[in-house]
Design a protein around this ligand. Structure first.
Ligand code: SAH
Length: 399
């Protein structure tokens, strides 16, 4: 194959409909034939059976064969990434996410920013980049160049690239976790709504922090004054730190990972020094709730990891959400408030609400919905790609 030749993929008849509606995925069953010599990660052009141009994307082996990057016939070069990244960055600055008291947000949210397969979280002057497709991995040098161009030297000192665990296992791709820019004397303390968090992108889960709960944590802060708070699945202690600033009487943070518990302790200390109102427990959430006394807590947060990672796991996951929420309904004080979440993309808002409803009904408590929560604006949902909606939460008043 000559260098730089872009392969063409032709779809089967009538399989172009979803692309015409700007849905960015081509499923393997829609493809009439694959060109010879195509390699995973290649940039490809997609055409209808009638030979009309549809889009340009990254090819990958699997049920999603092409992730469309653009519906215009254009080159996927550094300038392309500059255009996409600057539009994402401008949107975040225009809606006020970059402030003296907030330098932490998601800069690129995959399909939500018209860059399927790419995640970039910004922590002060460090960008943590994750590729979820072989094509984005192959384009990482372009992405690094574009990030530097868009953010400028004074705003971006480090780029940490993390592809371990996010790419499908391939013998010929070495997953890498490494700095592609800077990496010396890194300031790992980021600011979220005026609170400090030490972000461990080297060893932490995902990019090191759950940026997606920023607005929900702020809402929790408003409910925390004078309350006894239980923060389940605390990870780096986001909700705990907000509850403490909000004037909670006490905050208990629980996570099964002792590493997470120590990260929480560190973040509490970073903001409040030695804080007698806070205690942390490295324990299984179900066991902790089972063994806790009734009527101990006014405010409980349940923010578990995704119980279902694929469609086959939905039923078990719903049972899991039901069991977990039931345990909280059984223990929370009368007049208490429960913040309950699901971040499983394959579970819909309605399914989650039904699981929580079932738990409420079994507990026999009087329960009202005060707020319905979702992912924040820096995790936008491309309207043509409803699968991008994943985080849902309910704030419940329990009598
Ligand atoms: N609420 C957190 C994010 C939670 S991530 C935030 O705002 O940042 C999910 C966390 O659940 C992880 O830290 C993981 O270690 C923890 N976890 C997973 N299974 C658990 C279990 N059975 N009991 C307690 N914690 C668990």
């Amino acid at each position: 194959m000559e260098a730089n030749k872009t392969h063409h993929i032709i779809l089967r008849p009538k399989k172009e409909e979803s692309l015409r509606r700007f849905h960015p995925w081509v499923f393997s069953g829609a493809i009439a034939h694959l060109p010879q010599g195509i390699q995973e990660g290649d940039v490809v052009k997609v055409f209808s059976a009638g030979n009309e141009f549809l889009g340009v994307g990254h090819y990958q082996i699997g049920s999603i064969s092409v992730r469309i990057l653009t519906f215009t016939d254009e080159a996927i070069d550094v300038d392309f990434f500059i255009r996409r990244i600057s539009s994402a960055y401008n949107m975040r600055t225009e809606i006020g996410l970059l402030r003296a008291d907030n330098n932490t947000f998601r800069l690129i949210h995959g399909e939500g920013d018209f860059l399927p397969g790419l995640i970039v979280d910004l922590y002060g002057k460090t960008a943590v980049v994750q590729a979820h497709s072989v094509g984005m991995d192959a384009d990482k040098e372009k992405i690094v160049a574009a990030l530097q161009q868009v953010l400028g030297k004074e705003n971006l000192e480090n780029i940490y690239y993390k592809s371990e665990g996010t790419l499908p296992f391939k013998a010929d791709i070495e997953p890498t976790n490494e700095y592609l820019l800077g990496g010396k004397n890194v300031d790992a303390v980021a600011l979220e709504n005026g609170l400090k968090f030490n972000i461990d992108w080297l060893r932490g889960q995902k990019t090191g922090f759950f940026v997606d709960q920023r607005e929900n944590r702020r809402l929790l802060e408003h409910y925390a004054a004078g309350k006894t708070v239980l923060n389940m699945f605390c990870y780096t202690g986001g909700f705990s730190v907000y509850a403490l600033r909000g004037g909670a009487q006490s905050v208990h943070s629980v996570d099964s990972s002792s590493k997470a518990v120590s990260l929480t302790d560190e973040n509490v200390k970073l903001n409040f020094g030695d804080e007698p109102r806070h205690a942390s427990f490295s324990e299984d959430a179900f066991k902790f709730l089972r063994e806790s006394e009734k009527d101990t807590y006014d405010l409980i947060i349940l923010d578990p990891p995704a119980f279902a990672k694929h469609r086959g796991a939905v039923n078990n996951a719903l049972q899991g959400y039901k069991r977990l929420n039931l345990a909280a309904f059984e223990k929370i004080k009368s007049g208490g408030i429960l913040f309950t979440f699901s971040c499983s993309q394959v579970i819909s808002k309605e399914q989650f609400r039904l699981a929580v409803f079932s738990a409420a009904a079994i507990s026999g408590r009087k329960v009202r919905i005060l707020h319905q929560l979702a992912q924040p604006a820096d995790h936008p949902i491309n309207i043509y790609h409803p699968e991008g909606e994943y985080l849902k939460g309910l704030v419940l008043h329990v009598e």
